[in-house]
Each structure stands twice: as C-alpha cells, then as structure tokens.
Design a protein around this ligand. Structure first.
Ligand SMILES: [Fe+2]
Ligand SMILES: [Fe+2]
Length: 181
C-alpha cells in the first residue's frame, strides 16, 4: 500500500553561504511570480478567459510550493510559536522602519500611488502586528485563536477578527466585500 501523503518540504540544510544566498533570491522570485500570476488570473477572468485564469492560478500554486520549499531549506519554517514570533518581527520591521522610510521617499518623489499603496500596507501591518501579538500569547499557553472569522478588506488589506465594519476605516470599501477566512 502506498505511504499516506505527507505535505513535507525539503528539510533545512545549512551548507554553503552562496547556496543560502541563491535560495533566498529564488524564494523572493518565486513569491513574486506567485503573486503576479494571481493578479494576472483576475485580469483573465475580467477579460472573459476563465480557463486562462485557471491556468494562472494553478501555476501560482506551483510557484508558491517552490517558495515554500526554498523557505524550508533556509530554516524559515518553525513551530507555531516560533512562526508567530517571526511573523510579528516582520510586521514590526515593516511598521517601524521599512514603510516609514519608503513613504518618505515616495513623498519626496511625489508618487501619489506609491504613497497610497504604502499607506494601505503600513496600516494593515499594524492590524497584523496586534493580532499576532495576542495570538502568540494564547499559543504560548497552548490556546488556539478563537473561532471568530478573520476578515480582510480586498482593497487595502485591513484585517479584523470577527465582524467586518460597515465600511473599511482605511479605504472606505463596504464591509460586505471583505474576504472571510
Ligand atoms: Fe502584514
Ligand atoms: Fe480597506
């Protein structure tokens, strides 16, 4: 009888600085390709090519498995406690350093669209930082997050646990359009 399917990426292996740099670059590239293909799929749907959309979504999933495998080789996937700490750290860096610096440059260069997309991201990262922080406290005591839905604004990424607001406080999108997880 065949072994039961186990969804396990290649194990971490810390051997070779240049290989680590290469795999990190490949992780960035595959992550971007996956996101691009999801955006391209939406365009294909809107233009009346549902099967092209399906192709883009399928290949996006393939690229996402490549990204996950590279991340695993780099040792970037831990226990849920470790992962929540890493996720909190990433959000915190984006809030305190990355996006404020990027926003300053976008203002200097008068790029209004970049300022909007930076504001959407920076604001949502604050939601994520807070949610990860409280979730980590629970998981450190072996408690799962509550059963309330995670709802996300499809335009700006504003993230809430539980009911959506009538209107997104960041971008004004109606709460009925929030995506539920
Ligand atoms: Fe985030
Ligand atoms: Fe929003």
């Amino acid at each position: 009888m065949a072994e039961p399917f186990k969804n396990a990426p290649p194990a971490p292996e810390n051997k070779g600085e240049m290989t680590a740099q290469n795999i990190a670059a490949a992780l960035a590239g595959e992550s971007q390709a996956s996101q691009k293909y999801l955006a391209f799929a939406d365009v294909a749907d809107a233009e009346g090519y549902p099967n092209v959309a399906r192709l883009f979504r399928g290949v996006a999933f393939a690229e996402s498995t490549h990204a996950r495998n590279h991340l695993s080789v780099l040792g970037g996937i831990g226990t849920t406690t470790e992962n929540l700490k890493a996720a909190w750290g990433g959000e915190t860096f984006e809030i305190t350093e990355m996006y404020p610096a990027y926003d300053a440059v976008a203002k200097l260069q008068e790029n209004k669209s970049a300022q909007t997309s930076i504001r959407y991201a920076l604001t949502a990262e604050k939601d994520h930082q807070g949610i990860y922080d409280s979730t980590l406290k629970g998981v450190e005591g072996k408690a799962d997050l509550g059963a309330g839905a995670v709802r996300v604004c499809p335009i700006c990424g504003h993230t809430v646990i539980g009911d959506a607001p009538d209107e997104c406080p960041v971008c004004g999108t109606a709460g009925a359009h929030f995506k539920e997880f």
